[in-house]
Design a protein around this ligand. Structure first.
Ligand SMILES: *Cc1c(COP(=O)(O)O)cnc(C)c1O
Length: 353
């Protein structure tokens, strides 16, 4: 693939790393690629960062044909920049595309686009501890018509944003509210796809939890409201009686790269890991009899996010005295160690740019 590069004539000043939040500052360029049902993919290009111009009848604005990915480029101590398991994001994006009738992206072309784009924006990868360059590939349906059908035109883009450390004030366990009204996804729906619509549907419960002083919701399954699914936009894991239990990928759960990596690390260290249905009743019983030892969410942004309190119908349960558990801390150290190149990458997960 021949990517045409137009350099930004007015590159921005790099921000002070202490002011980086999440996704507020963008780099100097965008990768863009268009698709048409007859032509296929055409005109791959890297252009100066700019606003998009789209037709007011564009499919994405009315029917929500949109999918995305999230991964990071990490600056190692030797100055080189690396990605963490990008092939997993590429494959997941194609699974999401299949679900929403958006076009498939050939894996090698996707990888080339990512690496060429990151090379061009390499100077934007910050080096302060905990910081990284967040990469956001996304695709949307772009037919200029209000007809409802699988799209005939789409656009794929990659944008990037230098992001700060998730844990500036140290790793603080979060308080989670168990949501028994709204559901995030159902089997047969789009729960396993990383699509914008899932997020739009999650906001109401998230807002309600926030108003009550909780930082995320714990989602239950959409049919029986009985089984644990995810926490906010992260996968969730529990250490019960020495065994790590995480909801199995049932179709309504997003298959996280962090989830998969943690399972691999745990198994390599001899831990017993169970991917299975985990009912709220079982979790409540484990909280009541003290066998719930640790609980954490996991995802690219935070890596792991320890859970210090769970609230269900006004009953509050404290997990591990509201402190980060030993295993949670260990998993955080191992994964971030590999990502920032401080630990040996014995799994072969990193890709140097
Ligand atoms: C992206 C995402 C995750 C975490 O996936 P990672 O690949 O680990 O970042 C979990 N749940 C939802 C709903 C997500 O969108």
């Amino acid at each position: 693939m021949d990517i045409k590069v137009t350099r930004n004539p007015n590159p921005a000043e790099k921000p002070d790393p202490s002011t980086l939040g999440f996704g507020k500052i963008f780099t100097d360029h965008i990768f863009m690629w268009d698709w048409n049902i007859d032509k296929g993919w055409y005109n791959p290009r890297i252009v100066p960062f700019e606003n998009l111009s789209i037709h007011p009848g564009s499919t994405v604005l009315h029917y929500g044909s949109e999918i995305f990915e999230g991964l990071k480029a990490y600056r190692r101590a030797d100055g080189k920049v690396q990605l963490f398991r990008p092939i997993e994001n590429i494959r997941r994006m194609n699974n999401s595309a299949e679900r929403l009738c958006l076009p498939q992206i050939p894996e090698e072309d996707f990888m080339q686009a990512l690496t060429e784009f990151v090379k061009i924006e390499e100077d934007w990868t910050p080096s302060a501890p905990g910081t990284s360059l967040y990469l956001r590939p996304f695709m949307f349906g772009n037919d200029e018509s209000l007809g409802v059908h699988a799209v005939h035109n789409a656009r794929f883009l990659i944008i990037a944003s230098p992001v700060g450390s998730y844990y500036k004030e140290g790793i603080n366990p979060v308080k989670i509210m168990i949501e028994d009204e709204d559901v995030r996804a159902v089997r047969g729906g789009t729960g396993y796809a990383k699509c914008g619509g899932n997020y739009a549907a999650s906001n109401r419960a998230g807002e309600r939890a926030e108003q009550k002083g909780y930082s995320q919701v714990l989602w239950l399954d959409g049919v029986e409201r009985k089984y644990i699914e995810e926490v906010g936009a992260m996968n969730v894991m529990f250490k019960i009686n020495g065994v790590v239990v995480t909801p199995m990928l049932s179709g309504s759960i997003l298959p996280g790269v962090t989830r998969k990596s943690i399972i691999d690390v745990l198994k390599s260290e001899g831990y017993q890991v169970e991917e299975r249905l985990l009912s709220l009743d079982e979790l409540v019983a484990a909280m009541a009899d003290g066998t719930l030892e640790e609980a954490w969410g996991c995802g690219t942004a935070a890596v792991v996010s320890p859970i210090g309190e769970l609230c269900y119908k006004d009953h509050k349960y404290t997990v591990n005295n509201g402190e980060i558990g030993e295993l949670t801390q260990h998993l955080y150290d191992i994964l971030t160690g590999i990502q920032w190149g401080k630990e040996e990458d014995k799994f072969g997960w990193t890709v140097e740019i």
